[in-house]
Design a protein around this ligand. Structure first.
Ligand code: AHG
Ligand code: MN
Ligand code: MN
Length: 335
């Protein structure tokens, strides 16, 4: 029988790799895993307990419906605001910086998160996820500030995601490789199932919403056309539309996931859709930790200095060989 390792055991066993470890990060991640188990239970029961659909609707029993992404927000906020680990938080669901109530201790970390990613897929019973990232605070003490939250991915202390799929899995990194745990619902624990995994050097899958191709730049369009030619392929197209699930598959099977610049969003700069702080940066951190590359097409995602909590960036990530080919198309176009 294989060694049975919970997330907590794994965190404790790997803590010594970080010379400054005090056990506080381990305790914070422990609190997060509780929130993820509660969200996982709600995702599994969403169809039964009237959590699908739009917030504000009245369900058949006359109760008002709380959307699952709002519920997931409440679970993470209420799970993390009182433990003394964080000085502030930022979430996709909250326009402003989330402060910690006066009565609770302020900690040394900043938590940013997308409580429920892929929410357009919930009603169809397709995989959704949660993304989180953790930075050290910059300010000394008291309430955290906007500057504490606006830090680049290259300063991440930890990041991870949970994918609520055919099983619930948590994947995280504290900068020492990427590790995956599968929730055993009968014992209520995340158990180590994918230790220190690496992304394949090259894959055979491309993942992009081709419905947006008229907004892409020319090299991106040419690259995706190239993937369909006999000399490149055969590549298979796979696009779930929940980034967590698409990136999870990309990490395991290799290939390329893209949500590239879209000039229909911004005719001058071609913004992406995905949000830097709680979608692109944590995924870029995990992909790099697994031996892959994450770029906007022009620059390394982890080196972008955020200026806004909800700033969007183009995101192209995956197997190193696939991303290098994409970058060649981008460079040739500029030459
Ligand atoms: P969210 O549900 O958190 O708003 O995120 C949705 C995101 C992401 O999960 C996915 O990759 C992307 O939106 C899909 O966008 P398109 O509809 O443009 O393909
Ligand atoms: Mn999202
Ligand atoms: Mn979301």
């Amino acid at each position: 029988m294989k060694r049975i390792v919970t997330v907590q055991r794994h965190l404790i066993e790997t803590q010594h790799l970080n010379p400054d470890a005090t056990g506080k990060l381990t305790a914070m991640l422990w609190d997060l895993t509780i929130a993820f188990k509660i969200i996982s239970r709600a995702v599994n029961q969403a169809g039964l307990i009237n959590m699908r659909g739009e917030e504000g609707q009245i369900n058949t029993s006359g109760d008002s419906v709380k959307k699952l992404d709002r519920y997931a927000e409440d679970v993470i906020y209420n799970g993390m605001n009182h433990g003394g680990h964080v000085c502030c938080m930022a979430s996709e669901e909250e326009p402003q910086l989330i402060t910690i109530p006066d009565q609770y201790q302020k900690g040394k970390y900043v938590l940013t998160y997308d409580p429920l990613d892929g929410s357009s897929n919930i009603d169809a019973n397709v995989s959704v996820g949660t993304i989180f990232s953790i930075h050290h605070r910059l300010s000394e003490s008291g309430n955290g500030t906007l500057a504490d939250a606006l830090q680049p991915g290259n300063r991440l202390v930890a990041a991870g995601y949970v994918v609520y799929g055919s099983s619930t899995m948590m994947v995280y990194s504290t900068g020492n490789g990427v590790h995956g745990f599968t929730l055993d619902p009968s014992v209520g624990e995340f158990l180590l199932s994918h230790e220190s995994f690496q992304i394949p050097r090259k894959g055979k899958i491309y993942s992009v919403n081709e419905g947006h191709s008229s907004g892409w730049d020319e090299p991106t369009r040419r690259y995706v056309e190239y993937l369909k030619t006999p000399e490149a392929g055969p590549y298979s197209g796979r696009y779930i539309g929940s980034m967590v699930a698409d990136v999870h598959r990309t990490l395991l099977y290799g290939g390329i996931f893209m949500h590239p610049r879209d000039y229909r969003r911004d005719e001058h700069f071609g913004q992406g859709k995905l949000r830097l702080l709680y979608e692109a940066a944590p995924m870029a951190f995990l992909v790099e930790q697994a031996g892959g590359i994450a770029t906007t097409g022009d620059e390394r995602v982890l080196d972008i200095m955020p200026t806004d909590l909800h700033q969007r960036v183009p995101l192209v990530l995956g197997s190193p060989a696939d991303i290098e080919t994409y970058q060649k198309f981008m460079l040739e176009a500029r030459a």
